[in-house]
Design a protein around this ligand. Structure first.
Ligand code: ZN
Ligand code: ZN
Length: 344
């Protein structure tokens, strides 16, 4: 089969011809219908995030049609449409048995520790394949398994509930999903904090209160927009100590700041006045859980979580086109996501 693989860190991906993976009794073989090209793939290619072995087929955002089903897999049949949970886990360690597989002792990320979806076929454990309703195109089914799933996990970790207000710092792929999911939860006000005018306009057109961090202190602007009280939940999706601190400061009493963005900087907080007094909470968010995916798929099926066709750019299963899409991440200022659709 055709695959596009990383053979050397820091070099462009290459077209390859590799055997179709052999499936065991607990696996399914999926004919890839779509594979999202993600910012983390650019990091793997550049060597910013370490990977286990080379050559490696990248691609952790995958949807497609089941081609073969292992004898122990009972919830799927050949021909089913599915999307893939990217974390392969053991199902037996102390974390997996509690449904916390993101801490699995032997967890493996698809497209990082094992071959991913930049290929005609992918083999995954049956437990990682979730049925994808007909209403959701493969392209949307693929990309929602990464940033949208993590946005939902962040809302869940922050215990976000109907009637609460929220501030979203950063309106990239995560923020785009977080805004729609917050509305699906029936939220009060949503403030979106950005410095990019196009993203601010896009957030406003989706019904958010656009907070332009270039024009004045975003914390003051959020308080002004919420009758002086601040928000119940703040999501930090950027990965900067400055915005993490702002996410804490914009909280009202009993507020929760969920930190998703990655940074090596340290942040400072005055514990008494900024946290203890308000009984505020700072919560770390990492990845998402298989148990959250059925709800995510249901939001997409009902149209509450959408990826308009102008937000998707289709590329072929071809190293040249995929490398160009990975290069484009450095300059991207919009929500357009590149998705690989292999030609049959
Ligand atoms: Zn991703
Ligand atoms: Zn485990």
């Amino acid at each position: 089969m055709r695959a596009v693989r990383l053979t050397q860190v820091g070099k462009p991906l290459e077209n390859a011809d590799v055997p179709v993976p052999e499936t065991g009794p607990t696996d399914v073989l999926i004919r890839v219908g779509a594979a999202g090209i993600c910012h983390s793939d650019a990091h793997y290619r550049a060597g910013i995030s370490e990977i286990d072995r080379l050559p490696l087929t990248l691609g952790h955002e995958v949807a497609g049609r089941v081609e073969e089903v292992g004898s122990d897999v009972t919830h799927l049949s050949a021909g089913d449409r599915v999307c893939v949970h990217y974390l392969v886990h053991c199902e037996s360690c102390e974390f997996c048995v509690r449904g916390l597989e993101q801490f699995c002792r032997s967890g493996q990320m698809i497209g990082k520790h094992r071959d991913g979806g930049y290929a005609e076929f992918i083999k995954v454990p049956g437990a990682n394949a979730f049925r994808l309703p007909d209403e959701i195109p493969f392209e949307a089914g693929a990309i929602m398994m990464c940033s949208s799933a993590t946005a939902l996990h962040a809302l869940n970790k922050a215990r976000f509930k109907a009637g609460e207000s929220i501030a979203i710092f950063g309106f990239g792929g995560l923020g785009f999903s977080a805004l729609q999911l917050a509305r699906a939860f029936d939220c009060e006000d949503v403030c979106v904090v950005e410095i990019n005018p196009a993203k601010l306009a896009s957030a406003a057109s989706m019904g958010a209160i656009a907070i332009d961090a270039r024009s004045a202190d975003p914390v003051e602007q959020i308080k002004e927009a919420t009758a002086g009280t601040g928000v119940d939940v703040a999501l930090e999706l950027i990965g900067s100590a400055k915005t993490m601190r702002q996410a804490v400061l914009c909280l009202r009493p009993l507020g929760r700041a969920a930190l998703v963005g990655l940074t090596a900087e340290s942040m400072s907080i005055f514990p008494y006045t900024e946290l203890i007094n308000k009984e505020a909470e700072i919560i770390g968010v990492s990845d998402h859980l298989a148990s959250e995916l059925p709800a995510l798929i249901a939001f997409a099926q009902s149209g509450k979580l959408r990826f308009p066709t102008d937000a998707l750019r289709v590329v072929a299963l071809d190293a040249g086109q995929i490398n160009a899409a990975l290069d484009a991440f450095q300059h991207s200022i919009d929500h357009v996501r590149a998705v690989i659709v292999p030609k049959v």
